[in-house]
Write a protein that binds this ligand. Sequence first.
Ligand SMILES: *Cc1c(COP(=O)(O)O)cnc(C)c1O
Length: 238
Amino acid sequence: MTEPAEAEERRARLAANLAEVEDRIAAACRAAGRERSEVTLIAVTKTYPASDVRLLAELGVRHVGENRDQEAGPKAAECAGLPLTWHFVGQLQTNKARSVVGYADVVHSVDRLRLVAALGREAVRAGREVTCLVQVALDDDPERGGTPPVEVPAVAEAVARTEGLTLGGVMAVAPLGEDPAKAFARLAEVARSLRADHPDAKIISAGMSGDLAEAVASGATHLRIGTALLGRRKPFVR
Ligand SMILES: *Cc1c(COP(=O)(O)O)cnc(C)c1O
């Protein structure tokens, strides 16, 4: 197959996937009595090339998410000039803060004070303002990252006080093996108490390909959708 034909085929596949995801989001909003405009779709493009990001942008996607700095940095550079907001959704080591702050508009995975300090330092150095979401651990699995709910106020307060950072709200990944609706209900409660102290921290980033309806039902404002848009990812080999 010639290259243009391959690109055409990929565009058609992404367009069909996007239409299907939009249908699911619309249905979830209707069921929850919410407006579609209350929910932002983030295309999680990890493991997929910059050419896919470009096609998605042409199809109207305005938010993209990545979870590994080594991959995201070059991809964001290749896509410079596209009208995109970049979200960093993966676990983040403090030594990557400088790089991530260079391209990420929103960091979803802020889960400890040292990371807040590193992001703030690098944001100021770069002259950037970075929106931070406190990642909430909805289970006890340290592998998946996140702040235990009781520690969320302290991390949020630190973000709010740090120059270069804006507190946007909360993020979570539903635990494996639990009804996502129950997990997202706990997240909604954490988000509600956070807003009592920080009224502008309205973002609730929750919901992936498998649980977007439950997330919308619990008040998610941002959905992070990978597989349903781009296809099954190859297993990641370290
Ligand atoms: C990969 C990833 C997603 C997207 O997951 P899918 O199930 O492919 O939609 C969402 N959030 C985070 C943090 C991710 O790493």
